[in-house]
Design a protein around this ligand. Structure first.
Ligand SMILES: [Zn+2]
Length: 63
């Protein structure tokens, strides 16, 4: 598994998260419509204490 670097939605600071497993590896800040299949994770920003919510999706299969 690989860490992903994301930006805090409030202050823009980068933080690192580890995907919940090897399947849901694509982090998104917003849910799809319809939401579909995802894993939710909360990660507190070190800088501003904002609780970012990360929605992990399965990466789209590119043919
Ligand atoms: Zn922040």
């Amino acid at each position: 598994m690989f860490q992903k670097t994301l930006g805090c939605l409030k202050c823009g600071s980068n933080y690192e998260v580890i995907p919940p497993d090897g399947v849901y590896t694509e982090p998104r800040a917003k849910l799809d419509d319809p939401p579909g299949d995802f894993v939710e994770m909360k990660k507190e920003c070190i800088s501003c204490k904002n609780k970012n919510i990360i929605y992990w999706y399965k990466p789209e299969i590119k043919q």
